[in-house]
Design a protein around this ligand. Structure first.
Ligand SMILES: [Ca+2]
Ligand SMILES: [Ca+2]
Ligand SMILES: [Ca+2]
Ligand SMILES: [Ca+2]
Length: 436
C-alpha cells in the first residue's frame, strides 16, 4: 500500500468511488464495495491525533462532611489539614475512537494558591473498580470509589495507582493563581491504556498539613481553566457514509387507515383538515462500534407560503414495529404516533431531537432548500440503537392548510432524506490489528 496515503485519504477515495458506482450497483456489488471499503481502512496505518479532554464531572470530597457533596463548587480543595482534609476527584470521558494512547498529560490550574508549597499526589482509579461514572452531584467522602476514608491524604492501595506527584508553588515562593501544573508521567499513559470503557478517574491528594489549603479550578470555574487531559492517540479506523431511507411515508389524520408509501412528498401539517407526520426508516451499517458524528437532512419539495417549525423525533429502541412495510404504514398503525394529536408523538415511545424552521415562499424559501439537524440528541439516539434499524419522525404544530412537504425517496426532482454518519469501525471477528 502506498505509504503516502493516510487513512483519511483512502476513506475519501473510497467514498468517491462508492458514489461513482452508486447508480449502477447491484446488491452483491454493494456488499462487495462495503467489504473493500472496510479493508481499505484496516490496511492503513492511521496517524496520531491529539485532543484536549476536560472533566465531565469533578468534585472535592471532605472528611469533615463525609456525606455532603461539593460537585458544584468552582474550586477543588486539596488538603490534609485536620481542619479540612479534602481530596479531588476528576472524571474524564476519552474519545470513542481511541485505539492506543501514545502520549498524555494531565493539567490542573491553581485557583487559590496557599502561602506554602504543596506536594500533590496524582492517582488513577483502577479499571476494575466499580462506580467510576459517579454523578457530579452525588460524590461524597463516604461513597467515592477508591477513597481511604481513614486517611486524610491517601486512597485505597488495591483500588488506585500512584502515578506521580508535583509541587505547586505557594505565594511565598513565586506561585500565582492561574499557574498551570502539567504532568506527563509514563505511568499516566499506562493507566489510560488500561481503560476499556472510555471512562477514567484521576484523583488528587496531599499530605500537606497546612491550613492554607491548595485549590485548583474545577470545570465550574469561570476565571481559570478546568482540569484537562491532553491525549495523543492512534485512532481506530473510522468510516463516513451517507444513508438514504429504506422506507419513508407520511401518515395522515383524514385517512387514518390508508397507506401510501409511494408518494413523492412527505407531508407535514398540524392542520385539523389534514394533519400529516413523516416516518423515515434507515438501516445502519453492520460494523459500527460507535457513531461519532451524525446529521439528518430533508429537502423541501413543496414550500408553503408561511414558515414552518418542524420537530424531529427518534423512535425509541424498545418500541415494536420499527420495520414497517412502506405500503402498510398508516396514521392508526404507525409506531409511536399519538393519534389524538395533529402534531405530536407518544412521549414514552419517542425522543425529541430538536427542530428547524423551513422557510416559506413569502420568506425567501424555495423548493430544493435543504434542512439539516445535527444535534447531540441525534447522536445519542443513533448510538442507542442495537439492531441497525432506526426511525426518524417529523411533525409540526403549524396549523396552516398550506402544507409543508419534503422530498421522499421516490422524488425524482429533489434529494431523498439522508443521514450522514461518521463512525468507528468495529473490526470483523477474529481480526488482529497490529499497531505500528
Ligand atoms: Ca464540579
Ligand atoms: Ca474505565
Ligand atoms: Ca416512500
Ligand atoms: Ca433499532
Amino acid at each position: 500500500m502506498d505509504s503516502k496515503h493516510g487513512c483519511g485519504e483512502l476513506g475519501r477515495e473510497s467514498l468517491l468511488w462508492m458514489r461513482k458506482l452508486k447508480k449502477k450497483r447491484s446488491r452483491l456489488m454493494n456488499y462487495t464495495i462495503k467489504i473493500i471499503f472496510v479493508l481499505a481502512f484496516l490496511g492503513c496505518t492511521a496517524s496520531a491525533v491529539t485532543v484536549d479532554v476536560e472533566t465531565v464531572a469533578d468534585a472535592e470530597i471532605r472528611h469533615a462532611d463525609p456525606d455532603t457533596n461539593f460537585g458544584s463548587g468552582d474550586q477543588i480543595i486539596i488538603s490534609a489539614a485536620s481542619s479540612l482534609p479534602a481530596k479531588g476527584y476528576m472524571q474524564f470521558v476519552l474519545p470513542a475512537d481511541v485505539d492506543t494512547i501514545t502520549n498524555a498529560s494531565f493539567t490542573v490550574v491553581l485557583s487559590d494558591r496557599p502561602y506554602w508549597n504543596t506536594l500533590v499526589n496524582i492517582y488513577g482509579l483502577n479499571e476494575d473498580v466499580a462506580g467510576q461514572s459517579w454523578a457530579e452531584g452525588n460524590l461524597t467522602w463516604n461513597n467515592a470509589p477508591g477513597n481511604d476514608t481513614s486517611s486524610y491524604s491517601g486512597f485505597l492501595a488495591n483500588s488506585t495507582t500512584n502515578m506521580d506527584s508535583f509541587t505547586t508553588a505557594g505565594s511565598n515562593y513565586g506561585g500565582n493563581n492561574g499557574d498551570a501544573y502539567t504532568n506527563s508521567a509514563t505511568s499516566l499513559i499506562e493507566f489510560l491504556n488500561a481503560d476499556s470503557d472510555g471512562i477514567v478517574n484521576i484523583l488528587l491528594g496531599t499530605s500537606a498539613p497546612s491550613t492554607d489549603w491548595t485549590r485548583f479550578a474545577s470545570k465550574e470555574n469561570t476565571t481559570w481553566a478546568a482540569p484537562k487531559l491532553t491525549v495523543g492517540y492512534i485512532p481506530k479506523p473510522t468510516a463516513a457514509v451517507t444513508l438514504e431511507p429504506v422506507a419513508d411515508a407520511d401518515v395522515r389524520s383524514n385517512a387514518p387507515d390508508t397507506a401510501d408509501g409511494s408518494r413523492i412528498d412527505l407531508l407535514i401539517s398540524g392542520a385539523s383538515s389534514q394533519a400529516g407526520k413523516a416516518y423515515m426508516r434507515f438501516v445502519l451499517p453492520g460494523n459500527i462500534e460507535a457513531i461519532t458524528k451524525a446529521s439528518f437532512t430533508v429537502v423541501l419539495s413543496d414550500r408553503p407560503y408561511w414558515n414552518t417549525l418542524v420537530d424531529v423525533y427518534g423512535l425509541n429502541e424498545d418500541v415494536a414495529g420499527q420495520s414497517w412495510a412502506e405500503g402498510n404504514l398508516t396514521w392508526n398503525n404507525a409506531p409511536g404516533n399519538d393519534t389524538s394529536s395533529y402534531s405530536g408523538f407518544l412521549v414514552d415511545s419517542t425522543m425529541n431531537m430538536g427542530s428547524f424552521t423551513a422557510m416559506g415562499s413569502n420568506y425567501g424559501g424555495n423548493n430544493g432548500d435543504a434542512y439539516t439537524n445535527s444535534t447531540a440528541s441525534l447522536l445519542e439516539f443513533l448510538n442507542a440503537d442495537n439492531d441497525g434499524v432506526v426511525n426518524i419522525l417529523l411533525g409540526t404544530g403549524a396549523a396552516s392548510t398550506d402544507w409543508t412537504e419534503f422530498a421522499s425517496k421516490e422524488n425524482t426532482n429533489w434529494n431523498a432524506p439522508s443521514l450522514i454518519i461518521t463512525y468507528v469501525i468495529r473490526p470483523p471477528r477474529g481480526t488482529v490489528i497490529i499497531v505500528q
